[in-house]
Design a protein around this ligand. Structure first.
Ligand code: GLP
Length: 251
């Protein structure tokens, strides 16, 4: 079941998302939270840092699982998703370093690296709240369009459109890694609650697939229609471009 919330501005969208994350942690201080990278959740992370500074929230008991990492980038690489999370959230709040879980971007054995992350996920049971962005092509995490869904953590080639979209974080498009390690669709769907954020108009076609009534592995996010508890927060400017939208709540 997908609940759609439309917000007037990016800031309002970020604050609404932060309320949901904060409620989750207030209700269950040792929550398992799944984090996402990308520019969309930056406002959410900034709001969470402010809430922490104002002593409205503590992250000291949570465990974190990030969706994905570029293959070939060490955690110290400035463009690694690990650094992204450290820079924008983890180093600024009281999350304990040993409670942070990331798939490994550098490894000797690919299947072993995937299995290790799967084992860490299995040990915690399930993610309480998974934060997601969405790619222009409908990818979630780095689950790219394909003929079938991949359920577990896996190594994937990045779609050309994803490489182009993510080039803005690198000096040059040629520097964007061509592969990533990502949670699979089954891992994401196993989360108890999912919070998906979208701000840019370029995401409207992909977002429409969340309300189409059709599940299509070529638009991976469409699988979320089968999840019992998804909240999608979008900037109102996108909603005008989205098809099939019903069940809308304006805050
Ligand atoms: C990347 C990440 C996704 C993210 C997407 C959208 O490819 N792997 O998890 O949702 O980009 O990013 P942005 O929010 O910058 O548009």
């Amino acid at each position: 079941m997908i609940q759609l919330i439309m917000m007037e501005t990016y800031q309002a969208l970020s604050e609404q998302a932060a309320k949901i994350v904060a409620n989750q942690i207030h209700q269950k201080p040792n929550s398992i939270i799944g984090f996402a990278t990308g520019s969309t959740p930056l406002g959410l992370y900034e709001t969470l840092v402010t809430m922490y500074q104002n002593k409205e929230i503590s992250f000291s008991e949570i465990q974190t699982f990030n969706l994905d990492e570029y293959v070939g980038l060490r955690p110290t690489h400035p463009q690694s998703y690990f650094q992204f999370m450290m820079q924008h959230l983890f180093s600024k709040v009281d999350i304990k370093r040993d409670q942070i879980h990331f798939p490994a971007g550098v490894f000797a054995n690919a299947s072993r690296a995937c299995l290790e992350f799967e084992e860490q996920l299995e040990q915690v049971g399930s993610i309480d709240l998974q934060i997601l962005g969405i790619g222009e092509n409908g990818h979630i995490g780095f689950n790219e369009p394909a003929d079938a869904f991949t359920l577990n953590t896996h190594i994937t080639g990045l779609a050309e459109r994803t490489i182009q979209a993510n080039a803005r974080f690198f000096h040059d498009q040629s520097e964007v890694p061509r592969k990533a390690i990502t949670m699979g669709i089954g891992n994401i769907m196993a989360a108890k609650k999912i919070l998906l954020l979208a701000d840019k108009e370029s995401k409207s076609a992909a977002l429409s697939a969340l309300f189409s009534g059709t599940i299509d592995p070529n638009i991976p996010a469409s699988i979320l229609q089968l999840h019992p508890n998804v909240v999608v927060i979008v900037n109102k400017k996108i909603a005008n471009y989205m098809k099939h939208v019903s069940n809308t709540l304006e805050v």
